[in-house]
Design a protein around this ligand. Structure first.
Ligand code: ZN
Length: 300
């Protein structure tokens, strides 16, 4: 059972006779887990937290359980790379590189995420879990923050007019509230409906304000859309989860060029690897590496 008042979860809704669909989530726990695992600074916590939230929300629209979604920002600002991966189960993982940067503030005293990212691109890639090649598409970072960047991607690459609101609020201990909402116009929408949604969303306070007021993700969609006929789908629990394992790490070594592998094998101390997504530490001794080399030569 999901506790709507506290748990991280995603809910999807349909309103206005199916012409609007919305996704809303609380991600406080999973963003705090990302902060703790990677020892993120405030800027990286907010930025990665927003991208993880967007990944979980967009993951709900994947067509199969095997499909996965990757969001990746690359920019010339101090927070040069963010990468997040998710699927429709609600599980997400990611990292920020570097994990800590000096805080830049906006004129009104908020942490400036757009300047931390700088100029660059947001790329979304989708792997449908089949043999087909992953689909990838990029947009330029807007300079107005990650919510606007995701909205720009959805409008320009996916041709879906969308309202995107992502929020992470910190306190002395870490993440106080985090969450997000994506609301989209579906085929058949008209200008009056688009104008109506724009006005509603324009005056809507930050997501974390509503959480502070004790609202849950269902109530966020209800408040924004104001439709007594709103339909909710079954909510999905959301969490931070890495799927790394000793076997996966060995499989990665397997894909190294032969020269690089031989170089690793020459080191009597073996090799130490940290998982990018969860910082779990793996050690492989020389014998493990030689076994990888032998396994590979037998498949060549
Ligand atoms: Zn891991």
């Amino acid at each position: 059972m999901i506790n709507y008042a506290n748990d991280d979860y995603i809910v999807r809704a349909s309103a206005k006779s199916g012409l609007i669909r919305g996704f809303a989530m609380r991600s406080t726990g999973l963003v705090e887990e990302a902060r703790r695992l990677h020892d993120l600074c405030p800027t990286a916590t907010i930025a990665l937290g927003q991208l993880l939230t967007a990944t979980a929300l967009l993951g709900q629209d994947l067509k199969t359980d095997d499909a996965s979604l990757t969001l990746n920002t690359r920019g010339d600002g101090p927070l040069s790379t963010l990468l997040t991966v998710g699927d429709r189960s609600g599980e997400v993982r990611g990292f920020a590189d570097p994990p800590a940067v000096e805080t830049i503030y906006t004129e009104d005293g908020r942490i400036d995420i757009a300047r931390a990212l700088g100029s660059g691109t947001l790329t979304l890639s989708r792997d449908d879990g089949l043999e087909r090649e992953a689909y990838a598409s990029s947009v330029k970072l807007t300079g107005e923050g990650i919510s606007t960047d995701i909205g720009s991607y959805l409008l320009n690459s996916a041709q879906i007019p969308s309202v995107v609101a992502l929020g992470v609020k910190l306190d002395q201990e870490g993440v106080k509230h985090a969450g997000g909402m994506i609301v989209q116009l579906m085929p058949g929408w008209d200008e009056p409906l688009a104008d109506w949604l724009e006005v509603r969303a324009g005056g809507f306070p930050d997501i974390t304000y509503w959480f502070e007021e004790g609202m849950n993700p269902h109530q966020l969609l209800d408040l924004l859309l104001g439709d007594p006929e709103i339909n909710y789908a079954d909510p999905v629990r959301a969490s931070y989860r890495c799927n790394c394992s000793e076997q996966r790490m060995l499989d990665n070594l397997f894909t190294l060029p032969a020269g690089d592998l031989n170089e690793l094998i020459d080191d009597p101390n073996g090799v130490d690897i940290n998982c990018h997504f969860c910082n779990r530490h793996y050690h492989f001794g020389q014998a493990d590496l030689i076994a990888v080399r032998e396994a590979r030569s037998s498949t060549d």
